[in-house]
Write a protein that binds this ligand. Structure first.
Ligand SMILES: [Zn+2]
Length: 131
């Protein structure tokens, strides 16, 4: 019995949202910045324009110091984003503006990101119901 329940717990733990999602999110953000900047600012390959590059650097630094730790929500749907108002707006614009291109160029990444967004929306709704 004990072994079974332990195995079961292990399984369910792996599926719980509590895991370090930062590396994956960073990768997704980098890609999103890439497709957005290439399309809107005439850049190519791994290069970003200075403005996008600066914003990306800020995001990458801040994401590492997220006050939510490993249970952090996605930055672009966070209630208390830490990039400052102007940069948060710019960041959200890029994340939103790159969505369509992300869907065509990195469909798996796009779907994963969407699933997470829905997951957080669902969690939020649940928390709202408890109150
Ligand atoms: Zn750019």
């Amino acid at each position: 019995m004990g072994i079974f329940s332990r195995f079961f717990n292990k399984r369910t733990n792996q599926q719980a949202p509590i895991k370090n999602t930062v590396p994956e999110e960073k990768k997704t953000i980098r890609k999103a910045f890439g497709v957005y900047c290439h399309a809107h600012h005439n850049t190519a390959g791994k290069a970003l324009c200075p403005k996008c590059n600066a914003l990306l650097m800020t995001v990458m630094t801040k994401i590492q110091r997220c006050p939510y730790g490993i249970t952090k929500p996605l930055c672009h749907i966070c209630d208390t984003p830490c990039f400052g108002q102007k940069q948060t707006l710019e960041f959200r614009k890029i994340m939103k503006g790159s969505q369509k291109r992300m869907f065509f160029r990195h469909p798996i990444m796009f779907v994963k990101q969407k699933m997470k967004e829905w997951g957080f929306a669902y969690m939020k709704q649940k928390q709202g119901q408890k109150k």
